[in-house]
Design a protein around this ligand. Structure first.
Ligand code: G3I
Length: 365
């Protein structure tokens, strides 16, 4: 009796002591990650490295492992920045998420066309996808935890995006990409990744895609809900429904690009379609002198609401990644309107943790 009591005290003390870090709040099975840019993964940003070592155990390169930077010309690979990412991660105890193998955006200009600018044949595109994936995934075999194999192939209404990938190969490019990645590194986890996943028709289409891949014996370990959110969108009941629906297909759920914009949205809802942009208006950029306490409070409650959902679903979750460390580096300062000041992440522009970090740790350890 006494022994069990002492053991339980020891466990409680250990748990309390260990859960002083963001990476521990949902238990060891849920990786806590952050997207870092090339400057940060070059190892020259000591303040970033100190924070990452303390609070995270996973890293996604924000841009340097996309097909454009990796293979700027056909057969010409530039791995310097990607090699730095893997070396930086290994030096700092971080798992690496390879982002991303096949995406219609930030692909090299030559990838989908022939020398005259016409779309290439299905056979040529199949070969290019196969070669890109086998070269890239093969290079890092055994050193990358998992890959965003295909990114953003489905539209908000559930239809397939009419990208050159789809227009030339139909939906088969997805299975081709997953099989090529698995062949190049049989132990790597493989993911499908997309945004606006709280939308019912998108949710249903992604679940259909997962079921179809699994029926064909294709390895898919998880689906990434990017989670580029705002203070008001999406409805968190719909967001949570998507987590349940994805888990029901038998894959893990990942939150892969989490940020919460506090700025007015020109759409009235939010998305992450990089091709869209809108002209600058001062009314759309209200917090250039700092964030009012009232907005800061709403920001904190939004993140706490999200972590309550994540805590409820920790059995289904295998990763949460923030799309950047400090507000300064966020892509949202330039999307969908250039030149704005957003406050979507957990660390301030001066690398100080926002109060919400302590509140998350306190609430969920
Ligand atoms: O590296 C070049 C640089 O050489 C050049 O001088 C400069 C000016 O044109 O551009 C630099 O490339 C930029 C790149 O970020 C690196 O900074 C691209 O123009 C710019 O389009 C690119 O934006 C990235 C965006 O994806 C488009 O690929 C954002 O940083 C990145 O946060 C964003 O992330 C995406 C995810 O990969 C997928 N999900 C949506 C998410 C947000 O769009």
């Amino acid at each position: 009796m006494i022994r069990n009591f002492l053991l339980s005290l020891l466990c409680a003390a250990t748990a309390t002591a260990s859960a002083q870090h963001l990476r521990d709040v949902l238990g060891g099975d849920v990786l806590m990650g952050v997207a870092l840019n090339q400057w940060q993964t070059s190892g020259q940003d000591a303040r970033t490295t100190a924070i990452v070592r303390e609070h995270f155990n996973c890293l996604t390169p924000e841009n340097v492992m996309k097909s454009g930077p990796l293979q700027p010309a056909e057969g010409v690979f530039d791995f310097q920045a990607a090699d730095d990412v893997v070396a930086y991660a290994e030096a700092n105890g971080l798992q690496v998420i390879g982002h991303c193998l096949v995406w219609h955006s930030q692909a090299p200009s030559w990838f989908f066309t022939d020398g005259t600018g016409k779309p290439v044949s299905a056979e040529v595109l199949r070969e290019r996808i196969q070669k890109h994936i086998s070269t890239v995934v093969g290079r890092y075999r055994g050193r990358i935890h998992g890959w965003d194999v295909v990114n953003e192939a489905i539209e908000d209404d559930g239809s397939f995006r009419r990208s050159p990938l789809y227009n030339i190969l139909g939906e088969d490019f997805i299975e081709l990409a997953f099989r090529a990645a698995h062949e190049a590194d049989p132990d790597a986890e493989l993911y499908y990744n997309d945004y606006s996943m709280a939308l019912p028709r998108k949710r249903e289409a992604v679940c259909r895609l997962v079921r179809r891949l699994k029926e064909r014996g294709v390895r898919i370990d998880a689906v990434g809900m990017q989670s580029h959110l705002s203070l008001t969108h999406p409805d968190l009941h719909e967001y949570e429904t998507t987590m349940d629906s994805l888990a029901a297909t038998g894959v893990k759920v990942m939150v892969t690009e989490l940020d919460v914009s506090v700025l007015p949205s020109p759409w009235g809802f939010n998305g992450a379609e990089v091709s869209q942009s809108f002209e600058y208006k001062k009314a759309m950029n209200p917090y250039t002198e700092g964030l009012p306490d009232s907005v800061q409070a709403r920001f904190e409650e939004r993140y706490l609401d999200l972590f309550r959902i994540y805590a409820r679903h920790r059995q289904d979750l295998s990763r949460i990644t923030f799309w950047g460390l400090t507000d300064e580096q966020s892509w949202l300062n330039g999307f969908p309107i250039k030149g704005r000041t957003d406050y979507p992440l957990l660390w301030n522009r001066d690398y100080r943790a926002k109060p919400v970090v302590g509140r998350i740790i306190e609430s969920f350890r």
